[in-house]
Ligand binder design. Sequence first.
Ligand code: APR
Length: 254
Amino acid sequence: MSAPEAASLLRMAGGATVFTGAGMSTESGLPDFRSAAGLWAGVDPIAVASRRTLERRPEVFYDFYRKRLHHLGGAAPNIGHHALVAMERAGWVKAVVTQNVDGLHQAAGSRRVIELHGNLRESVCIGCGDLGHAAQLRAAIEAGGLPRCLSCGGLLKPNVVLFDELLPEAPWQAAVRSARASRLMLVVGSSLQVTPAAYLPLETLEAGGRLIIVNREPTPYDDRAAITIRASAGSVLTEIAALLGQDAAAGAQK
Ligand code: APR
């Protein structure tokens, strides 16, 4: 299957909820998690990125996040992010529901972004819940210290959902509404292995909608997708946006 079939399905559906994972950002130089070169290759995620590790072995937790924040520092949106912005502006994207915490969809100009797993822009105190800018946290961990809340002295963490933490309710409910309301979900760059996020394609299917999956590797939902495209997000999304843009151009000439 290919981009023209995907564009055709988008036209018939009148647009889609887009669901993205870390594979959306690898072309921006950020590693994903479960590819051969991903962040979890040879690493137990629970041992480095869980709430339990933050509380019991903060030095291990912050060592992992120091590297992650450093990676993020130089990352910029790629052609795939920009293609989704063009599609949103033309009315083809109802919302971008993302598992990513890198903020690259917003940096590219996407307006309706639902962050299921939080973001690395902010820090939050695990003692009093105070929100702050991640710059203070980053400065502290780069200096080799433990970032502490200026209000209560509690430990700060990046404002992301850690393993053994619950997803924030409001983004989850917004994502479910969007998935149920769309006749089509376009999944891009996710292994669809982490729940509850990976249940979202089910919401679209159970509401009578269809799936398009763009992913370099197989996913557990491939056999339920109307279209699966085993290729890179950037090139596929750019081709889909161009095909839909031709519609608009043709429409404008009528
Ligand atoms: N184009 C298309 N697919 C890609 C690309 C690309 N440029 N780069 C990587 N991929 C694919 C990989 O083959 C992989 O199947 O994207 C998928 C990314 O899957 P994961 O690494 O599992 O990332 P994700 O699905 O976002 O993980 C979900 O797991 O650890 C948690 O909180 C973390 O949000 C994350 C969640």
